[in-house]
Design a protein around this ligand. Sequence first.
Ligand code: MN
Length: 301
Amino acid sequence: MADEQRRNEGELVVTDARATHVGEFSVRRALPTRGRRTVGPWCFVDHMGPQTFSPTKSFDIAPHPHLGLQTVTWLFDGEILHRDSLGSEQLIRPGQMNLMTSGEGIAHSEENPGVTSGQLHGVQLWVALPSSTRHGESAFEHHGELPTFEMLNGEGIVLIGRVGDAVSSARRDSEMVGVELKLRRGEHVVPLEKEFEYAVVVTKGELSVDGTLITPGHLAYLGQGRDEVRFSTSEEAVAMLLGGIPFEETILMWWNFVARTQDEISKAYESWMKSDDRFGRVASSLPRIEVGPPPWFRSNR
Ligand code: MN
């Protein structure tokens, strides 16, 4: 429950990510976890890889539906081909962002663009859409270049939102920010918004915040009320900094759907399984992903 989440002023809370799989790929799921469902509107944080793929170990994610969210795909290594039911077909590389807004329904696949072997390393993030836009049109944006800001010992890339004068043009339906921090060895100061809550997920190396060492596989929740955060690193490190105004609506997540009620999810599930027009078609050769029903599901027919 949202009220169970700890939001103490600036108190660091470190939780373990859950090791799981997406297709054949191992991921560390840093959000949601027991006790924390959201950080701002961010409701899902998967750190995938780094992992080697080959003709026998693919990372293809076949067509599947989404509801009530935005997906952010961001790579540190490798390439992914995105296809969706709006007809978008977009390759992404490290430093580029694919931002898909589901509205009431979209389907997509994320596929190997024909490379037979290599490394894949990245994050997939979900943003819960507020009720003001979650019933809106679906949309897709590719950002080939994003604004950056310099720090004394590193650089930040602003995916969504702003840090100082670095303002991303990506669509944003809530007050929020998403940043990749590329840190060299040393001390770092990142300006924050006091009204936002924040979390840090380290994807390479390690960093120290408030005297605590943070490594990959954890979510370091920074709370609200800070106007800056200080990190220190003894070697190169990479981390995602995610934040926003605490999301006040209680969301219900099941499979790839973010909703408010079981009934909304049941209807979306039924539409996907019946292959009706709601989620459209993805021009992919992979067979669509189907799963068993949610535990409360009763078909209307
Ligand atoms: Mn997806």
